[in-house]
Design a binder for this molecule. Structure first.
Ligand code: AMP
Length: 286
């Protein structure tokens, strides 16, 4: 496995793979890797010949009062996990390499960023779309893999690639959970034992709504109320939003008459957690 710390080194490694006729898969991450990240690597390994992972905690996607400084980091463990997962290249730039200062260009996706996490995290998606554009231009992959854990991020990036004619297949991979249902996340390491117990309420709320849909509930307000009730039992510090939305436009829907995105964001202790589930009332259970 090669490790590149500069943009030039990353480009060189990918160019060598391309010269050898290999297709390139790319998994962008912020590190502190877990099984969720590795599921993306597995998909990339199945579908492409050369797998690049980036590890970069991107400062521009964090708000001034968010957790950039305390975001968990462990480079040695990440590199070990990448090596055993069969990753070919890890691109692990520092902030100066990615932002040498003076940047005045931002990539902005409209509409899809005005709902769900958008209003709670001003500037967040601009940070994501801009850094992913930079990473795409550096790695120039054939296929890039994102988790549906960050469902809105996946939808935004898929649209960005389409609208800007980026010649990259943006692939969404299934959300990976802990045995008790909690969505795997690097941020779970920030939870105290009490927070961790209370964090189960996110998945429990989604399951309650899914079950209500299965038994015939079609009213979005009733589903939102049911999810709130489950969340509030765990006494969260704050509920940012609970939403029943169209899985493509991410806009709220009043009634369920096809596949629907159940999505929520909650602060437990000092940690903001998100979770979601797509439920199709006409299809098999999620
Ligand atoms: P992050 O390091 O949190 O920025 O995540 C990097 C990539 O891994 C993103 O595409 C995430 O959606 C994905 N990811 C993170 N957690 C999970 C999970 N539990 N299941 C599936 N994908 C995940």
């Amino acid at each position: 496995m090669e490790i590149a710390r500069t943009i030039a080194a990353a480009r060189e490694q990918v160019a060598a793979a391309r010269r050898a006729g290999r297709t390139v898969g790319f998994v962008p991450t912020m590190g502190f890797l877990h099984e969720g990240h590795l599921s993306l690597v597995s998909a990339a390994r199945r579908e492409t010949d050369f797998v690049a992972v980036s590890i970069f905690v991107n400062p521009t996607q964090f708000g001034p009062n968010e957790d950039y400084a305390r975001y968990p980091r462990n480079e040695a463990a990440d590199l070990e996990m990448c090596a055993s997962a069969g990753v070919d290249l890890v691109f692990i730039p520092d902030v100066d390499a990615m932002y040498p200062a003076g940047e005045i260009t931002t990539v902005h996706v409209d509409e899809l960023t005005t709902t769900l996490c958008g209003p709670c995290r001003p500037g967040h998606f601009d940070g994501v779309t801009t850094v992913v554009t930079k990473l795409f231009n550096i790695v120039q992959p054939d296929r890039a893999y994102f988790g549906k854990k960050d469902y809105q991020q996946f939808v935004v990036l898929r649209r960005m690639a389409r609208d800007l004619d980026m010649p990259i297949d943006v692939i969404g991979c299934p959300l990976v959970r802990e045995p008790d249902g909690l969505a795997m996340s690097s941020r779970n390491a920030l939870l105290t034992p009490d927070d961790r117990r209370r964090a189960r309420s996110l998945h429990q709320a989604l399951c309650a709504a899914r079950d209500a849909i299965a038994t015939g509930e079609r009213n979005a307000v009733a589903l939102v109320t049911a999810m709130h009730r489950v969340l509030e039992r765990a006494a969260p510090e704050h509920i940012d939003y609970v939403s029943v939305a169209d899985p493509d436009t991410l806009q709220g829907v009043p009634r369920i008459d096809g596949p629907v995105l159940l999505a929520l964001a909650v602060r437990i202790g000092d940690t903001r957690l998100i979770d979601n589930m797509v439920v199709d009332p006409t299809g098999p259970p999620a």
